[in-house]
Design a protein around this ligand. Sequence first.
Ligand SMILES: C[S@@+](CC[C@H](N)C(=O)[O-])C[C@H]1O[C@@H](n2cnc3c(N)ncnc32)[C@H](O)[C@@H]1O
Length: 419
Amino acid sequence: MTSTGGDPGAAARAELVAQLRRRGTLSEPRVAAALGQVPRHVFLPEVDLPGAYADEAVPTLYRDGVPVSAASQPAIVAIMLEQLRPPRGGRVLEIGAGTGYNAALLSHLVGPSGRVVTIDIDPDVAAGARAHLAGAGITNVTVICGDGAAGRAEDAPYDGIIVTAGASDLAPAWAGQLAPAGRLVVPLSIRGVQHCVSFTRDGGRLRSTAVCECGFMPLAGAMANADRRLPVPGHPGVFVLTAPDTEVDTAVVAAALGRPGPAAATGLTASVRETFGSLPRWLAFREPASASLAYLRPPEDAAASGVPSVLDSPLRSALQRSAPCLLGTTGFAVLDLARPPGAGTDPGPDPVLELAVRSYGEAQLQRDRLAELIAAWAAAGRPQASHLRIHAYPAGSAPSAAEGFVHRAPHTTFVVSLR
Ligand SMILES: C[S@@+](CC[C@H](N)C(=O)[O-])C[C@H]1O[C@@H](n2cnc3c(N)ncnc32)[C@H](O)[C@@H]1O
């Protein structure tokens, strides 16, 4: 990787842009220009140059051993900016300032006559974002420390509102502060599985214009993500992630973790994206006992924690180490790999995974059910998030169930259907 004297990140940035284009996650020239010019390394001063320009999320703050702030993965950053389409000269609100990097990209997109307001709930994070933006010479971004659930009425309406932490409901302020033709882009969990959704107004409701898979850390504050992240006692860093109404006994999970059964190959292969994007959604919409087993500590300690090898895989970033599981009363079954991808060779950027299921404790029924659901998912063509249509109605409205799967959150009723 070469570097130019005045701009040490220029070559690495150009390579990152080229890589995102090749992988099909970046096509809009304005977004490519922003990614090619904003120096990500200035927003990640603790990270070396190759690390700052790798297509990886970079955790920047841990509390109680769990990441609470990060620079998001450039691929999803690019996708969300393409979904948002902020107009030149426009006004944008970001919830989740983090490092300030995405706000800097937004500043580039709206140009000098546009305006960006970014909010972070954590005072240290907000101060860091302010310092990084100043270091990058960016002057049209205002960083606020506060709870983004309230939006920021003073500067509304916004041509775009982008949320960069995972929500499980839509704050009424977001729709209320959106300009008539504005877009709201938000990572949204439905039945415990996140999708990044771009919404526009459609009469009294919001209508999705694009849906993709994503994995953001949870929104905190008044509209905190209601999905549960339950620590497994005696297994530091191991959590069960579930939708709010799923029954979980973490003592059963803890006891079962010490009693792994053999990995039973399903005979199916899948890409990383299919395995960790499409499959968990398929399970969540069909099986009330589905959840995810997650390992959220730095990877070095994963093997000692007792989690299956799928969570210890070098393929997964530190923020996304979770695998779908089915919970039972005497154990659980979890997706695992039949053998490590590539088996000794470089697995490449999109390795083929050999899927297996594994029971922990007494969970043969769950293991067989998981294998059956995985086979049904493969037979149904492994539907992607992009096939979904999501309508969001204010809570209290009664959309017809014939429209699709109805999911009620406190402030919003979502209706999910296939395009
Ligand atoms: C993935 S990081 C954001 C990444 C960021 N956009 C960047 O470019 O680096 C998520 C951020 O959301 C913040 N956050 C969580 N809940 C929030 C809330 N209710 N209001 C504002 N910020 C919140 C966290 O403190 C964290 O910094």
